[in-house]
Design a protein around this ligand. Structure first.
Ligand SMILES: N[C@@H](CCC(=O)N[C@@H](CS)C(=O)NCC(=O)O)C(=O)O
Length: 190
């Protein structure tokens, strides 16, 4: 089994952290490198990472890979509440990745324009909700939803994409899990 992705993607990192007890190889790709893109497009026309190769089976998208492997290993699925929290995490993460790519394209993402205003509103609302959920203990269990939250928080800090320092439950959650072995081993700064 082979997981394909980069070490800086928060979606890939979720799986690197979650799959610590699985036997697999990790193949690094750089989504900005044309040779790597040519290799990727043959099996993954979405040109997004992560992807998983399991024999002849190709699985695209971190959430689908999580469900595929959970089913294969007879692991429990997430509750509907955890699924909703994961949707909030994905929604913020997807918009943040798009804003990051726009910044890398020399577009001023701080501009007072509808698209950027909508995204900024989304970030404030979602991070506020995630902070509330953390306060209520909804991320106390270490599962795929909570490790996805950790990867989001650590990515926004690493890429300086969102300042969550005024959200104490998220600050505490991030600090608590940053010391985990799987968090240290998958640190995108290394
Ligand atoms: N829904 C996808 C999102 C994956 C995603 O956006 N990956 C980013 C890297 S962090 C990517 O490959 N972006 C390439 C692009 O947007 O062109 C998942 O959960 O796997």
């Amino acid at each position: 089994m082979k997981l394909i992705g980069s070490t800086t993607s928060p979606y890939v990192r979720r799986l690197l952290m979650w799959m610590k007890d699985f036997q697999y190889d990790f193949e690094k790709v750089d989504i900005f490198n044309s040779a790597d893109r040519a290799k990727l497009v043959e099996k993954n026309p979405s040109l997004k990472i992560p992807m998983l190769e399991d024999g002849d089976t190709i699985v695209l998208d971190s959430g689908v890979i999580f469900r595929y492997l959970s089913q294969k290993a007879s692991l429990p699925s997430l509750s509907w509440e955890q699924e909703n929290l994961l949707t909030l995490i994905d929604s913020a993460n997807d918009s943040l990745v798009q804003i990051f790519l726009l910044s890398r394209s020399d577009i001023d993402t701080s501009a007072d324009k509808l698209y950027f205003r909508l995204q900024r509103e989304r970030f404030d609302v979602i991070f506020g909700e995630l902070n509330k959920a953390a306060e209520q203990g909804k991320f106390d269990e270490w599962n795929y939803a909570s490790l996805s939250l950790f990867c989001l928080l650590d990515w926004v800090e690493f890429r300086a994409r969102y300042d969550f320092s005024k959200l104490p439950a998220l600050v505490a959650f991030h600090a608590e899990h940053a010391t985990r072995e799987e968090a240290k081993a998958s640190d995108p700064r290394l």
